[in-house]
Ligand binder design. Structure first.
Ligand code: DGY
Length: 324
């Protein structure tokens, strides 16, 4: 008996865990083995020839690409965010798009809190100071930072990750404010959160942490006016998406000393160009978009992305599908 033809799938990078082995058992698989993302022309060519794509946030899937991919019937993004994909265009072509919510919530919140603590207490600067051989004695005024306990944290967005950050902050005795499209009275009671308007959050928070997806509404949510409205000396943490912040305005606010500092796991663009002013500001803590990067979580994300893709290829709705 003739074996049914296997769908062709292109995966845009090697993935951790056993997800790819499971996929290889069921599809005709091509994996992009390079460290850098496939160039646009490769992605276009692979999309044209594939029924399924497993992508990362570095891979842009837009209308021109979809228009050239007549056989494509499943897309799975290994990320909770999917701003790299034109979901409306996928929906119009009846292509389901999967993402990986939930599994990375706690790991991302851990890292957001690590950045907050690292920035407040100048951990990277202290490490560099010691390594450079500058440590000569105990000094009363050396590398003074900001207290986290008792400070006010403003959460922009109170989805799963914002909530997980709030739980950590509560353990540190922080006062918690939030802005979110819908109120969360359950969490207000449980965690002592207060829902405020944007102006109050900016004016009263010692730390502001961003937890919104990137879309037309949130692009440059933190713009020049919002940065100016932040409490003088406040610290900004971004583990969401770089373009949620107007980066040029952020550089100015940091350089003129209005903000105390910024800790950024995400920037605009990624990676930062070598001449980015952020690289020369001492009050900036930078990371290469690694908030979800624990061994366990990245393995789970890959596995979930494979499950989403296989479901869509079998004509089922992916367990985590972002199309409306
Ligand atoms: C996501 O999942 O959207 C993160 O930015 C990467 O884990």
């Amino acid at each position: 008996m003739e074996r049914p033809r296997r769908p062709r799938v292109f995966v845009t990078r090697q993935l951790p865990g056993d997800g790819l082995a499971r996929l290889a058992a069921q599809v005709s698989l091509r994996v992009w083995e390079e460290q850098l993302p496939p160039p646009r022309e490769v992605l276009l060519d692979e999309a044209r020839r594939s029924e399924g794509l497993l992508t990362l946030l570095t891979d842009r899937l837009d209308e021109p690409l979809l228009a050239q991919a007549p056989s494509l019937r499943a897309i799975s993004n290994m990320a909770v965010g999917y701003d790299n994909i034109d979901v409306a265009a996928c929906t119009a072509r009846r292509i389901p798009v999967g993402n990986t919510p939930g599994v990375l919530t706690e790991t991302t919140a851990d890292f957001a809190f690590a950045l907050l603590m690292g920035l407040a207490r100048r951990v990277a600067e202290a490490d560099a100071y010691v390594r450079a051989g500058n440590w000569r004695t105990w000094e009363p005024g050396l590398l003074l930072g900001s207290d986290v306990h008792g400070a006010t944290l403003g959460l922009v967005g109170l989805g799963a990750i914002g909530e997980a950050v709030a739980r950590r902050a509560r353990g540190f005795g922080m006062r918690l404010l939030y802005v979110n499209r819908r109120p969360r009275p359950d969490l207000e009671v449980e965690l002592g959160l207060t829902r405020v308007d944007k102006a109050t959050l900016l004016a009263e928070s010692d730390f502001v942490s961003l937890h919104v997806p990137l879309n037309a509404e949130t692009r440059h949510w933190m713009g020049r006016a919002e940065l100016a409205a932040m409490k003088p000396g406040a610290l900004l943490v971004n583990t969401a998406r770089g373009p949620v912040v107007d980066q040029a305005a952020l550089v100015e606010a940091l350089a003129r000393g209005h903000l105390g500092g910024a800790a950024l796991d995400v920037t605009d663009p990624e990676p930062l160009p070598p001449d980015s002013a952020l690289l020369n500001l001492p009050n900036v803590l930078l990371a290469p978009h690694i908030a979800s990067a624990s061994h366990a979580t990245r393995g789970r994300m890959a596995s979930m992305a494979v499950d989403n893709l296989l479901a869509a290829l079998e004509g089922r709705k992916p367990p985590h599908c972002v199309n409306p």
